[in-house]
Write a protein of this length. Structure first.
Length: 121
């Protein structure tokens, strides 16, 4: 699942995830929608934008972590957002996905965070 207020970034993430053999089961544009979808869909992995409105990543990560304690959580952040990444890790994120998003960067961030997709060896 991806939670980002930018529709274009949600589209890119979903496209890259599909190319890597994963399915994006839900998309949210704000923290409240993300929390509702997490509870409804129980995704394996949630990508949370570092500036997801109305909360910034640390608070959004903490809420999503409470809603899905077993899910992996990656915070999507720009290179100059080291403090937000650190705070997000302290709030329960498992790792960071640095922007600008690339297929290889996503593959590296996903490695070890999610179960292999069905049919993968």
């Amino acid at each position: 699942m991806v939670a980002d207020d930018a529709e274009a970034l949600r589209f890119v993430f979903a496209t890259y995830a599909a190319l890597l053999g994963h399915e994006v089961v839900g998309q949210a544009a704000d923290g409240e929608s993300a929390e509702r979808l997490v509870r409804a869909l129980a995704p394996d992995l949630i990508v949370v934008d570092s500036r997801l409105p109305p909360l910034r990543a640390p608070a959004a990560v903490a809420r999503v972590r409470r809603a899905a304690p077993e899910a992996a959580i990656l915070v999507a952040a720009a290179l100059d957002e080291a403090a937000l990444v650190r705070e997000s890790l302290e709030a329960g994120a498992d790792g960071a996905l640095l922007r600008p998003l690339s297929l290889s960067g996503l593959a590296e961030a996903l490695r070890g965070c999610v179960r292999k997709p069905p049919g993968a060896s």
